[in-house]
Write a protein of this length. Structure first.
Length: 332
């Protein structure tokens, strides 16, 4: 199945039911508004535009479209806060990043829309050169996650994988090399995560690590290096060691390998779409489809507490790990 066919399949799975109200944060930019209107045409969302009224109305007139429901707000920070209030009032069930930076929209989200889950971001990549969908996390929210935070990030990705029909996903905990080397802390975290999954501290998943990127996606590369394991060459999820590595990886895949990427935030009270301001429309539509499926399956942006226990509960004692990392300072 080609990348385009995979994305069409994900979109089709989200259609056929009433559209979900979605607050578009800072909608006064052509690509942002066009993507929101396309998602509405596809039957996925009913956009509520948040931002300065005059530029949005002028843009709608220029595009020859009827102005969707509009909530006037100042740009950037106040728009994000207004969108979060829409969620709290039950008037929006999805948040969509428009012409605004990631840290601006995530600040009120983390202040008001937290749940029992860790908040993290997952990219779903479709590539013609890889034999199945590939989830990549976290490339947008958690900057320098520690071991327990990485366990939570994995749990979120596993839940999203299940929503896409991927049972018992194979996770490659990435690092610069495939051997544990104390001078590279990510190799130690990766090895610990692998053992945690083996002993049931992270359930419903196979984790292998540390693995370099080539070993995770190429069985031949792993064979040459003498690495044996079911994750090698067949990974479903790539766990990045930190935000820098994850962000560079997804942009390499998009711009050099031709990947199409859908991106969603998992773990907040509602799904949040954090597509980059330069992303193509196909990525925005696919992201909307994933967010709609999350909303319909989970009633929000995270599985219910009773349905999916916290990944690191056995080692964290169930404490809130949300303060161990900051929201990203740069957009994906």
């Amino acid at each position: 199945m080609s990348a385009a066919e995979r994305f069409a399949q994900w979109t089709a799975a989200a259609q056929g039911e009433p559209p979900v109200p979605a607050a578009i944060v800072d909608a006064h930019e052509p690509h942002v508004l066009e993507a929101a209107l396309e998602a509405r045409t596809a039957g996925l969302i009913e956009p509520v535009l948040v931002g300065p009224r005059a530029p949005i109305e002028e843009l709608c007139a220029r595009l020859c479209v009827e102005v969707p429901p509009l909530l006037e707000s100042a740009p950037e920070g106040p728009a994000a806060e207004a969108a979060v209030r829409l969620v709290e009032e039950g008037r929006a069930a999805i948040l969509v990043k428009g012409w605004v930076h990631t840290d601006v929209i995530m600040h009120p989200v983390l202040a008001h829309l937290r749940t029992h889950r860790r908040v993290s971001h997952v990219f779903a990549a479709a590539l013609d050169r890889y034999h199945k969908p590939l989830l990549i996390t976290d490339a947008a929210i958690n900057i320098l996650p520690d071991l327990l935070t990485k366990a939570e990030i994995v749990r979120n990705a596993v839940d999203l994988a299940a929503l896409l029909g991927i049972g018992r996903p194979k996770v490659a905990a990435l690092s610069a090399l495939e051997m544990v080397k104390p001078a590279i802390p990510s190799t130690i975290d990766a090895a610990c995560l692998s053992k945690m999954a083996e002993r049931g501290q992270i359930r419903g998943v196979v984790i292998d690590g540390p693995l370099a990127f080539d070993n995770a996606i190429s069985r031949e590369a792993a064979r040459i290096k003498g690495i044996d394991g079911e994750v090698c060459g067949d990974a479903d999820i790539l766990l990045a060691p930190d935000l820098d590595a994850g962000n560079i990886l997804v942009k390499d895949l998009e711009y050099l390998a031709g990947a199409t990427l859908a991106g969603v935030v998992v773990g907040a009270r509602v799904p949040i779409i954090l597509t980059s301001r330069s992303d193509p429309h196909a990525a925005r539509i696919a992201s909307a489809a994933l967010a709609v499926r999350m909303h319909r399956a989970w009633g929000g942006g995270a599985p219910p507490a009773a349905g999916a226990g916290r990944a690191a509960e056995a080692t964290s004692g169930g404490r809130d790990l949300g303060r161990s990392a900051r929201a990203a300072a740069t957009p994906p």
